[in-house]
Design a protein around this ligand. Sequence first.
Ligand SMILES: [Mg+2]
Length: 316
Amino acid sequence: MTPTLHPPVLDQSALDLTSLTSARTLLVALDFDGVIAPLQDDPRTSTPLPASAEAVAQIAALPRTPVGYISGRNMAVLQDLSKAPANAIFIGSHGLETDFSALGRAGLAPSGTAAEAPVTTPSAAEAPAATPADAEAPTHSPSDAGFSTPLTQEEDEALAALDGALDDIRSRTPADGFGELRVERKPLGRTAHTRGTSPNRAEFFLAELDAVAERMPHLRSFSGHAMTEFAVRMETKGHGLARMIEATGADAVVFLGDDTTDEDAFAYLNERDDLVTLPVKVGTQDTCAPFRIADPDAVSAFLARLADARATSLRG
Ligand SMILES: [Mg+2]
């Protein structure tokens, strides 16, 4: 264990849940990769730890305890891989995509109560019309991919220029080493992944991606775990979490995240003095979150404890 981490790694049992679990509406907001699912070299194979999936299902079945996923994944992939409860809500693409349609399905309005929570993956095809809080986001179909407004011509051109720059980097991949720069296409941007490439190639790709970010300052760009993301709109997980709090009417919020991009959400929660908040960093990266736990296994134990404590509080 690294002794110099601030905040230090706590055993999850040291996190005080009392104020959270006694709140009227408790939002449990979760990053997916590195939190609910251990990080994988091939991100397509990510899957929730069974103990976390079970705990999340228990939480989502409780009244006034909405569960939200906030991820860098695009919406369709997030909804597929997360195996989330049917009444979960989602922010995808680091804040660029929103699907709160389950709030309407579950009857969970800001002042309402949660209905039954069958544990099945939600189907985009059966999503009803957007709730008022989500009025700007159309419901999602494979063709609209779920972003709130279509690309402007300017954004379209910016994406095309970005694609050209990424193709150019790939075409200059060093002969030595192994692994390719993988480009994940998202509705409003691209994520370039270097995970699984040899150190010399990873170094080359990261330097080239940094250069693209400098050449294209009109794009929102940031780097995370072996990836650099570019987007044509300025939205963050902090914006996404703010929308979730607004839509659920939560007066208490826990958020668990492991990556650089989660810092925007931690920073947002740190500013919300009007709410009970518990921002928790997972892993060893630098953070502005006031609390830190070790890894996805610790997340499983934390969520199981939270499920029990919230159920007990609601009964009492
Ligand atoms: Mg993550």
